[in-house]
Structure formats: structure tokens, C-alpha cells
Design a protein around this ligand. Sequence first.
Ligand SMILES: [Zn+2]
Length: 506
Amino acid sequence: MPTKKIVCACLLILLSVSSARAVITLDGDFDHGGLDEANSSVAGNLVMLAGRDNYNAGDWKWLYFSADGVNGLQPTFRIGDNFNTGGSSLVGHAMVYSYDQENWSFFDNNARSSSAGTFTFSNNSAFTQNQVWVAYGLPYSAGRTASHTSQLVSSPWVSPTLSGNSSLVIGQSPGGIDDLGRTVMPQDMYGYKISDPTGVPDKKKIALVSGVHSNETLGNYNLEGLVDFLVSDDIEASLLRKYADFYVYPMANPDGRFAGYNRSTVQRESLDPNRYWVPPNYNNLDDIEVVGDALIADTGGDVDYLLDFHSTVNGKDGHHGLILPAYQSDPMWLNLLQLDPGVHTQGASLIDDTGAKFGRVHLNAEFSATFETQFLAGENIDRFLTLGRNFGLAFERTFVVAADLNFDGQLTSLDWNLFLAGSETNLSILSPIDAYAAGDLNGDGFNDIIDFGIFKNAYVLANGLPGFQALFTQVPEPNSKSTTLIALFCLALFRISRHPLCSGSF
Ligand SMILES: [Zn+2]
């Protein structure tokens, strides 16, 4: 056979092999996966998807599957617009894809057709790997909670709660048989405390919950971002841990999450799990009971704040808190609004037996709210982790007493004595929190004139100018450090000739 013909034959064989390999196969059978595989199909380049909904029969409100055999292909995906809250909820929505279930991208083209009753999405270029995962929104699996929690076990700031063991496990979910007839095994449920035990005597207590609704994944990213901040070495986190203890319950409905459900638990799939936060039996929602009972036992039934992180799966009007009118001027909430202009306030009544009402009624919280985030095109995981961090910064701004160097919760002459002892000193070899305690209030590694200005402003704010002036009358024998500071004091007050301390020579 001539060489050219051999090459052609080989090419034909290669083409037939590659086209045989190009058959796309779909799979929704994994942790958090959600697809009606039996009614989905692939025809050439068109992937027709059927949504699955355990909670609203005939609709869908979560979608997550893998497509195998897509390398080099540019398929079009299509699903009916029988979205639970109406097809119009899909207007402006963008589906996501990933090659590793960790890093997600938005599809280039997303369009709902009301006349055709469809939502169609595709990319402008071919997939570059053979397997791709596709989802309605940024997924957060039950397994991610387990692995994130396991990483916290070794943190010096994380400890088990009264209800938990050394693996931070507070109980087991009930498991059950899901809508596809699959057995969902009972899973570990987690709870833990984040605290610096050397903090102020009367610390604030904050309860944090997420994962109540099985498809509201962004709430879990919020909470993960907040927890990552709380256990970090950031000076703001180190300070906050001195003033507040956090009780964290990251996944209240692991079975529903694992099964790829919309909204409910597997055990009671016709019930909304955020309507039965009522001890002692929580309407037989055993997952909620594990978390609710742990919250009561671990906190002694008394917290200052409870935040329950959800997501409004269908909404596009922006991230918001559902805040009881009486809570809307709470300083933490106002600080958050200032830190994150992408967040707004919506009203709440706390009539239904939600987690937020549970916080108010059963934990005597002074502030208890549901926080709602939304799947917005272009907003990726980092956005929601940052939003969680902003909650941490809001708590820090609210609770930390500025320049309280001995962490007793008050700014007094005792703090001044510590400031004086550390003044004019290079503190850069210390950890940020130890340097702070020695008077490095701006985190530059030194206790110097800038820190003096910060200390003075904080002290005047807390105790008035006479209170600040009184610090200097307590100096019996000026040493070199206090002499320097008295000079600074005089300069700071612009009253060199008026104050008795300023009239002497140093
Ligand atoms: Zn929810």
C-alpha cells in the first residue's frame, strides 16, 4: 500500500476512535450531585438535562453533575426552565463549571428562553480536559465541611464544645433513603469553639450556624471565610479572640447536602428544616436536633449573637441580612454594612421557628439573624470567603476596646503603664499580638510617637481629656521614657505653657 494511503487509513482509524471517545456521559451520583440522569440525554453536541427536585415535584432548584468525554468539545447544555420559583428566576443567571470541583468558572453564554421554556448555556471555546463538573451555583459538598473541620483540630484556638469529642464531632445525622432510592449513610456532624482563653473576663458569645438548607452553599462559604479569619494570625483576629468566643456548627443538614437535595433533609424530605427549631424534638428532624441541642448545651443557653448563614438560591437582588427591626441598629451589623457595601438590610419578623428565632428564644441572643447570599454571575468563591472575613472584622470593630493593652476589657491607667513600659522600643521580634500588648498599636513593629497618638486618641475618647491628663500627674519621678512621653503629651495638647508638667525642664 502506498504511504499516502496508509496515512489516510490511519487518520480514518484515529478519527473513528476519537469520535467514539467523544460520547459525553453524565453522572450526578456523588456527594452533593443533583441530576435526573434517567431523563437526561446527549445528542451530538447538545446535552439535554433534566432537573431533579425532592422538595418541589416537577421542578428543580439544584443541579450538579459531571460530564465525561468532553475534551476538545464545545457542547451546548440545555435544561427546562421549570425552576422552582419560576423561569424568570433564571434571567441573569450563569451556570458554573470546574475541572477539579475546587476552582469554578462561569459559562460564557447563559440564556433563558421563556417561549421555549428552556435555559441554555455554553462556552465560546472547547473544554480542555476530559471530565468537567457543571453546577447551578458554586457547590459546597458535605465532604468539604468534614475536611475543613479536620484541618481545625490542630489549631491552638479551636477546641471541642461540651457536646463534642476531640474530632469536633457532636453527633450523627440520621441518614436515610433519598428520592432516587439511594442509601445515605449517617454522617458526622460538627461543632467547635474558637477562643483565646487568656482574653477579657466577660467575653461575648457568638453562635454561628450554616448548611440548614441543602442547596444554599454560599452560606457555607461565608462561614468558612469567617472561621478561617477567626483562627488566623491576623492582628484583628488575635484581638477579637480576646473579646469573644465563637461556637460554630458548620453543616446542620449534611444528609440533604450529600444527596444533592433542594432545601430539605433526607429524613423528612417534605419538610422545610428551617421551620422546626423547637426543642425538645424539633418535629423529629434529627439533624436539626443535634445542632439545636448542642447549641443549648455548649453555650449554656445564652449567647450575645447568633448568625445563621443561608443563601437565597433564586434571588438576584443582592446579599442581605434578614434583620428584626429592633436589631437593625446593632453596632456589629452597622459595621458590616460599612465594611461590605455589597450587603443590605431586609426586614424579618422571627415568627416562623427558624434558626434565627431559636437564637432569640432559646439562646437569649441580643441579636439573631439569617444571612442570605445569592448566586450572582461573576461572583466567585473568593467573594464569599471575603464576605465571611468581613463579618469577623465587623465583630472586631464592635468588641475590641482600643489600646486595652492588658485585655481586661477597659482602657485604664494600667494600660498606660504598659504603654509606658514599652515606649520607644523596637518590638518587631514579638508576635503581632504581643507587640500590640507592649504598645505597638499600628502594627509597624515599634512603640513610637505614632502609637502615642493612637493611644492618646483612644484614651481621650474613653475617659475624656481630663482623664488623659490625670495619667501624667501620676508620674512621681520622671524617667527617660516618661520624660519623652510628657514632652509628646505637651506637644499633643498644644498647651505647653498651661499644664504644670509642661513648665518644667526635662
Ligand atoms: Zn435557607
